[in-house]
Design a protein around this ligand. Sequence first.
Ligand code: ADP
Length: 308
Amino acid sequence: MNDNLAIKINKLFKTYDTTEALKGIDLGIKKGEFYGLLGPNGAGKSTTINSITSLVKPSNGHIQIFGKDIENDFRFARSKIGIAHQEVSTDWFFPLEQLLYFQAGFYGVTRSNAQKRIEYLLKKLGLSKHRSKKMRELSGGMKRRLQIAKALVHDPEIIILDEPTAGVDVELRHDLWLYLQELHQEGKTILLTTHYIDEAELLCERVGIIDKGKLIVEDSVPNLKKLVNNSSIEIQLQKNIDDMSFLKKYKFNVNKNIVHIFTESPNLELPSIILKFSEQNIKIEDIHIPKTSLEDVFLDLTGRKIND
Ligand code: ADP
């Protein structure tokens, strides 16, 4: 089982002064898996991934990369992982392209390999025409792309991204999503942190929901959604109706001309529900089946919303 794991985290604890940031995280990410760590600000996402790359020293616990301990085999771990941090580094004085060569040198990539790789990444991430710009001349979105290019310069097997699309515009978000999906297709193991529900739902094969330093649940997105049973049908009527006793078979509530009918299988039940209204000669204005999202799962488990 362990042979299959790219990242294995065992009982990870971290306390900063008095803040218990991590309270025993256990996590196993399979080779080639696209895994998302989803949780609100302050949940412990950055602390977890910074522990994987030894940027944070855990108070307790163990981390393995492809079965090797990150402390005992520091060089091995470093060579396998590329990380794009949330915060942009402060290399203000060098052109973007030069920063990528420095990064390649740091990982021991030969000059000719680095050149090919850097050309590829500049093109892939839409940075070619900005190659001579210095950090202060780059927009927020370009800085984010540079972070990702730096993470990928040594072509790592494991890619870790801390909030890759936080604060970037919609177009760049979609470009980055496409590129991450491409990297996943190539067989890379990807771990990203996010507080965006749509990002986790769209990209990740498995999502771990983290809150207050604990991993509270992890599974595939469809399985996580099955944890909450709040399926319903929302029916808007043309006018208020007093007597709804014909719906007595269902659990429902009425608010003015809107009826909420709770059922485990809204799509299957919908035709017979519509029939019941038409038998009563009640005109329907609109029908809506709300989709369950990971926000509902988080709300159900914690009583709070992720982005409150
Ligand atoms: P997330 O990435 O989910 O937003 P973090 O891992 O950054 O969460 O933070 C987890 C908790 O640890 C928060 O309460 C945060 O304030 C605290 N924390 C993070 N880094 C430090 C630090 N360097 N010093 C003190 N407290 C920290």
